[in-house]
Design a protein around this ligand. Structure first.
Ligand code: A2P
Length: 277
């Protein structure tokens, strides 16, 4: 029931996935992945920064999940940026994940150091078959424009913080125009928006939870999204959003909740880049 998105490189990706941020202990990871897989999630999103790749790898193997069905994402952390560093860090990630390849490899945060070299490493890793697709995370328009000056191929994904309080609509539209799929991290604003009265009213109207309303809003906005939960009922509930539809008015109402509030850190600012183009 989860729609598949076609990426610019020809790969397909489930629009909804499962986020593994902040889940670190082995038994919680294994049970969360089990609940998620049984509920119907196929995309699992980790990162070097999350310090759980080894636990995720162990869970995937112990649960004996069919590799071909899975869509696994990991991300290169800031200290691992640089051409050689990235190549070896990603090989280490694959070792921990017990995989021959990931489906999607992202640069976790834009930093000035090794800006182009890190991307070149991702292009190389894709050529070597160690990842199917390559993309970025937390890039603003200026970072994408800067990358375009030297990249041989452009990212197919830009994973950004996105939720009703930070809908990033101009960036989502920029990504779309450039054939980049926006993928929302912390799509529920880490749970901080779930008691919002406006969302509660819409939720009551549809007989759904506020979390389901927010995820449906992401879906109808045309972006991909990766909610996280460790609880079986919530994990299932977050996938139970394909049997109702928000009206245009409701979409507009949710779009208006934007007030530029971040739950995560701010991407590095434009002035940090010594732009010479
Ligand atoms: P928990 O893991 O205890 O279920 P995000 O994906 O935006 O980062 O949000 C994750 C946060 O929202 C987590 O704290 C998670 O808590 C909580 N959460 C996830 N799904 C739901 C839900 N359906 N209802 C209430 N809280 C949820």
């Amino acid at each position: 029931k989860v729609p598949q998105l076609k990426l610019a490189d020809g790969q397909t990706m489930p629009q909804e996935g499962f986020g593994l941020y902040k889940i670190t202990d082995q038994s919680t990871i294994t049970s969360a992945i089990r609940y998620a897989y049984d509920a119907g999630y196929r995309l699992f999103d980790t990162a070097q920064l999350y310090k759980n790749e080894a636990e995720v790898g162990k869970a995937l193997q112990e649960l004996n999940l069919p590799r071909k069905e899975l869509f696994i994402t990991t991300k290169v952390s800031e200290p691992n940026q640089g051409f050689k560093q990235t190549i070896s860090a990603v090989k280490e990630s694959l070792h921990k994940l017990r995989l021959d390849y990931v489906n999607l490899l992202l640069i976790h945060w834009p930093i000035e150091r090794a800006f182009f070299d890190t991307w070149a490493a991702l292009e190389e890793l894709k050529k070597q078959g160690l990842t199917r697709s390559i993309g970025v995370s937390n890039y603003q328009m200026i970072h994408l424009q800067y990358l375009a000056t030297q990249a041989h191929e452009m990212p197919v994904i830009n994973q950004i913080e996105r939720h009703p309080r930070l809908n990033q609509q101009p960036l989502v539209e920029y990504d779309r125009k450039h054939n980049i799929v926006t993928q929302a991290w912390s799509p529920l604003g880490r749970g901080t928006i779930l008691d919002n009265p406006t969302l509660q009213k819409i939720a009551t109207h549809h007989n759904k939870s506020t979390a389901q309303i927010v995820l449906r809003w992401h879906l109808q906005s045309g972006v991909a999204f990766i909610p996280k939960s460790i609880h079986q009922l919530r994990i299932k509930q977050n996938l139970d959003i394909y049997d109702f539809k928000l009206s245009d008015d409701e979409m507009t109402t949710i779009n208006k909740l934007n007030n530029f509030t971040r739950v995560g850190k701010e991407p590095s600012l434009v002035y940090e880049y010594n732009l010479k183009y």
